[in-house]
Structures are given as structure tokens and as C-alpha cells.
Design a protein around this ligand. Structure first.
Ligand code: SPV
Ligand code: MG
Length: 294
């Protein structure tokens, strides 16, 4: 309970403060540890990345219990707060509230739910994306709020109106409805190659609630623009997972080509590095303390 209380309020502070905050993607304990050690102050447990690492497509192929288990590994490996990508909540209000409560029990600091139906599909897949009905989605938000026994637990409402091609008015209508339903912040998602529609939304929204963005496709926009627009939180949503693919592919290609690991040794993490990340020294110290000394 103390872990939950402290991380939920830490996430709340990150998301609600006037300073811009950055959440780094994590998909397992190791990627979470790397992000924490690098200096990130909060994590995004990405549905895309967790699914990918389990061999699933980001289309609710992974079960909600598999997501909860992955989140738990991330939480256990780190001290910083974890915002969980809750997809569309795995069903209606009832599935959403059950899932959110389990996430909270496993130490997540907050959940982000998006206004699509189950099963969802990754927002960058060039298919039709249909939105949930506004009132029904508000019920999901309210049910999460009512069911998680911690007022600090952060509930982010993610709007897919721009992804689904409905435009700014629809996005704003939804944002106001989700604020009324008890969301703590609004994640406005876009797959445009520039930040124009995100910035236009943020101007019209006037920060009624903090705005969270995911600049996966509009990656070249400078963070200074987000600071100027008073964006509260930027999520680097999948870059540990994508970095792992590139790094693993390069190493595999070279080992095949060179029939040796001599050439790559300098380019891969040392075992000492790994032992540090996973706190092997704590185990040695514990052995001194708990094992009979000879
Ligand atoms: C995720 O990381 O799974 C997200 C963000 O939902 S995105 O893939 O950019 O839609
Ligand atoms: Mg996702």
C-alpha cells in the first residue's frame, strides 16, 4: 500500500505540475531498469511494446492478466511511477474497473484508457478505427475512479478522435466529457507527421486538465514547442522495444557473418553492467548477513 500511495502521488505530481514531464517506455523489468538508471522519473508500460515482446500484435491479443503480470515485473524492478497503457479497458465499464483495480494492487501508479471498443487496434495501423460512444466511455472512466480504492491513482483518458479522422471539434467534445467524468488528464493522440493538430487541440483546450502526448509519428517537433504550449507530459512510447530490435538484429547479423563474437564485444553491455542493473551486490551483501559464515 505504501508503494502504491507514494508512486501514485509521484505520478500525479509529474503529470499535474507546471514542469513538462517525460515518461519512457518499458516492456519488462530490464527495459524498466535501464530507463530508471538513465534518469527517467516515470515509466509508460506500453501495450504495443509489452505485446510485441510476448509475440502478440497490439490488438488485445495479450490477455489482461498477461498485461498485469508484465506491469508487476516493471513495478518490482523500479522505484519510479508506472503509468499503464490500459488500451480500451478490455471490455465495458466492468472489465475496465476490474483491470484498473488489479493494476493498482500490483503497484501501478495510474492507467490510461482509450475511447475505442474491445478489441482495440494499434493507432498507427492504417485501418478503420471506430470510437466508443461518449457516454459509454465516460461510464468506464467513472467505474475506474469508483473502484480503485486510492484517490491518488491517476486516470488518463485517451482520445482517438484525431486518429479516427473525426477532427478537432469531436476531440474537444470528448475531452470535456471525460473531464466531467473524472479523468485526471487527457491524452490526445495523433498519427500526423507534424505536431500541428496536437498544438491546435492544446490551444483550444486551454489546459482544463493536463495534456499528455505521444510524439511517435511527429518525432521531429522540438520539445520547446511542447513547453511553450504547456503540454504536461510527453511519452516516448516504444523506443526501448524498437531499440532492442535494432540492436539484436545488428548483433545477430554480425555473429552470423563473422562467425565470432570478438567484433561485437565492445558494442554489447558487459556482464558487470548487467549485474549492476539487477543489483547482484545486494545478493552478496545478503549472503554475508543471512548465510552462516565459515
Ligand atoms: C503504446 O505504446 O502501446 C501506445 C502508444 O498506445 S501508440 O503505440 O503510440 O499508440
Ligand atoms: Mg497502446
Amino acid at each position: 500500500a505504501t508503494r502504491q500511495a507514494s508512486t501514485a502521488s509521484a505520478l500525479r505530481t509529474l503529470v499535474c505540475s507546471n514542469e513538462i514531464a517525460f515518461l519512457m517506455e518499458a516492456h519488462d523489468a530490464l527495459s524498466a531498469s535501464v530507463a530508471e538508471a538513465a534518469g527517467f522519473r516515470g515509466l509508460w508500460a506500453s501495450g504495443l511494446s509489452i505485446s510485441s515482446c510476448l509475440g502478440y500484435r497490439d490488438a488485445n491479443e495479450a490477455s489482461w492478466t498477461e498485461i498485469v503480470d508484465a506491469v508487476h515485473r516493471i513495478v518490482e524492478a523500479t522505484q519510479i511511477p508506472v503509468l499503464v497503457d490500459g488500451d480500451s479497458g478490455f471490455g465495458n465499464f466492468n472489465n475496465a474497473r476490474l483491470f484498473a483495480r488489479k493494476l493498482h494492487q500490483r503497484g501501478a501508479a495510474g492507467v490510461c484508457v482509450e475511447d475505442k471498443s474491445f478489441p482495440k487496434k494499434n493507432s498507427f495501423v492504417a485501418d478503420r478505427h471506430s470510437l466508443a460512444e461518449i457516454g459509454e466511455f465516460c461510464g468506464r472512466l467513472q467505474a475506474i475512479r469508483d473502484h480503485v480504492p486510492d484517490p491518488e491513482f491517476v486516470v488518463v483518458a485517451r482520445i482517438e478522435a484525431l486518429i479516427a479522422g473525426h477532427g478537432q471539434d469531436e476531440a474537444l467534445t470528448r475531452a470535456h466529457a471525460y473531464a466531467d467524468a473524472g479523468a485526471d488528464a487527457i491524452l490526445i493522440h495523433s498519427r500526423k507527421p507534424d505536431a500541428a493538430e496536437i498544438l491546435a487541440f492544446s490551444r483550444a483546450w486551454r489546459n482544463r486538465l493536463p495534456v499528455v502526448i505521444v510524439p511517435t509519428k511527429y518525432y521531429s517537433a522540438p520539445v520547446a514547442q511542447y513547453r511553450a504550449a504547456q503540454i504536461s507530459t510527453v511519452i516516448w512510447a516504444n523506443h526501448n522495444m524498437r531499440a532492442a530490435i535494432s540492436a539484436m538484429r545488428q548483433v545477430c547479423d554480425r555473429i552470423i557473418r563473422e562467425e565470432s563474437t570478438a567484433g561485437i564485444e565492445r558494442d554489447v553491455a558487459t556482464l558487470e553492467d548487467l549485474f549492476d542493473l539487477l543489483k547482484y551486490q545486494e545478493l552478496s551483501a545478503a549472503e554475508q548477513k543471512y548465510l552462516p559464515q565459515i
